[in-house]
Design a protein around this ligand. Structure first.
Ligand code: HEM
Length: 403
């Protein structure tokens, strides 16, 4: 199969359901492949699957995010382009510094009891099913990160269903093949409504500050301690919450079938913190929630033997890099005690995931509690995947809690 055929297959239903054989086929062509010019491959001129070239590009701030054409006319793109995730230095550096300061070890430490409380509440709810079947996503993988992040940021729990719909509309548009006019209209509407929502929330927290992130940022903002406009503050909050929960939902939902296929590991999890940490890393490596990143070349260069010209877009498949046999021997084997480089599931370099420590903590605390409570947890249905290539994950997963 040539690269053209592989990419076409990857973008079709079969690839969306299981992209890993397509990634292996790309690896067989080398760490980087030139992409033939075809409309469905959009503006991408090369695709990188090798750990080393993906790592090199992500670490180099010279490789830019780039602006999508016509972004000024679309509310959703205006929101992205005034947030840290979609901008380049110096704006990126300035905005990220504000948020890095707010993610203090103290705030992270304070999250620990919140996570334990939320996890236990969801486990209690699953137990109420009395051993009957439950949807692990609806009852655990989704509510745990959503409730934890809502408390962290300062969103009222009652607003979450309304919020989720809007977050989903934005994520749909972000998918590689998701840029239809209908999706754009919905994503624009979602961005407008979320902006209005945050304007109200900020006004509310200004009057009655709490311990949450929005209160802290509003306080710093009003004391002129931060280099950020209120518009940028809102854009970053929208992007932050969107980036935080679907990814973590998929960490749990994609991880469960993988873990259940290793009953000895599962049995050893309660009480073994190091093993829990190793499981989280291995789940993220083998079943990464984020599959695709992209960057624009700063100059004519050679990337893994493929010439790339200045201004050309390169697709970086981090989920494929995480199974690069050069860096991860026997890459399809689940090994929570694996040594070696970190996976690229959270990216690396200047845009490295701001919330990596939050998700890792959620996973490390939640998994041992889940299996301590339900040692006989079993899958009873076939997992349903989202069908998105950019954010790949299980949206429905029927399990029996085993009485
Ligand atoms: C398992 C869960 C998560 C995964 C797999 C994940 C993945 C990623 C990846 C791959 C990037 C890099 C994007 C790039 O280089 O272009 C990123 C960035 C980011 N993530 Fe996460 N993330 C997760 C959880 C979170 C959480 C919990 C938060 C918030 C608390 C968060 C907030 C962000 C933000 C704000 C950025 C942008 C940082 C920047 O551009 O400087 N993420 N994430």
């Amino acid at each position: 199969m040539d690269v053209d055929e592989i990419l076409s297959g990857l973008y079709r239903e079969q690839g969306r359901q299981d992209p890993y054989p397509w990634y292996a086929a790309l690896h067989a062509h080398g760490p980087v492949s030139a992409v033939p010019v075809r409309p469905e491959h959009r503006t991408v001129s090369a695709v990188a699957v090798g750990y080393d070239p993906v790592d090199r590009v992500l670490r180099d701030a010279g490789w830019r995010k780039g602006a999508p054409p016509g972004w000024q006319e679309q509310e959703v793109l205006r929101t992205f382009m005034s947030s840290m995730m979609f901008t380049d230095p110096p704006d990126h550096t300035r905005m990220r510094a504000v948020f890095t300061k707010a993610f203090t070890p103290r705030r992270l430490g304070a999250l620990e009891p919140v996570i334990v409380r939320v996890v236990d509440r969801m486990l209690d709810r699953m137990a109420e099913a009395g051993g009957a079947e439950v949807d692990f996503v609806a009852d655990f993988a989704y509510p745990v990160p959503a409730l934890v992040m809502a408390e962290f940021i300062g969103l009222p729990e009652a607003d979450l269903p309304w919020y989720r719909q809007r977050a989903d509309w934005i994520d749909e548009y972000l998918d590689v093949a998701g840029k239809t006019p209908q999706r754009l209209t919905r994503a624009n509407r979602a961005a407008e409504e979320l902006r209005a929502y945050y304007r109200d929330l900020i006004a509310h927290r200004r009057r009655r500050p709490g311990e949450d992130l929005v209160s802290a940022l509003v306080g710093a903002f009003d004391a002129s301690e931060v280099e950020l406009t209120e518009d940028e503050l809102i854009s970053n909050l929208i992007v932050l919450f969107n980036a935080s929960f679907v990814t973590t939902v998929y960490m749990f939902s994609n991880g469960l079938p993988l873990l259940l296929a290793h009953p000895d590991t599962v049995a050893a999890l309660p009480g073994d913190d190091a093993l829990a940490g190793g499981c989280v890393e291995e789940v993220l490596r083998m079943q990464s929630p984020v599959h695709f990143l992209a960057r624009v070349a700063p100059a004519d260069t050679d990337l893994g033997g493929v010439p790339v010209r200045r201004g050309e877009n390169v697709l970086l498949i981090i989920a494929a890099a995480n199974r690069d046999p050069v860096r991860f021997p026997d890459p399809d084997r689940f090994d929570p005690r694996r040594d070696g480089p970190p996976s690229l599931a959270f990216g690396i370099g200047p845009h490295f995931c701001l919330g990596a420590a939050v998700s890792r903590l959620e996973g490390r605390l939640a998994l041992p509690r889940l299996f301590a409570r339900f040692p006989n947890l079993t899958l009873t249905g076939t997992p349903t995947y989202s069908g998105s290539l950019f954010l790949r994950g299980i949206d429905k997963l029927v399990v029996s809690t085993g009485g």
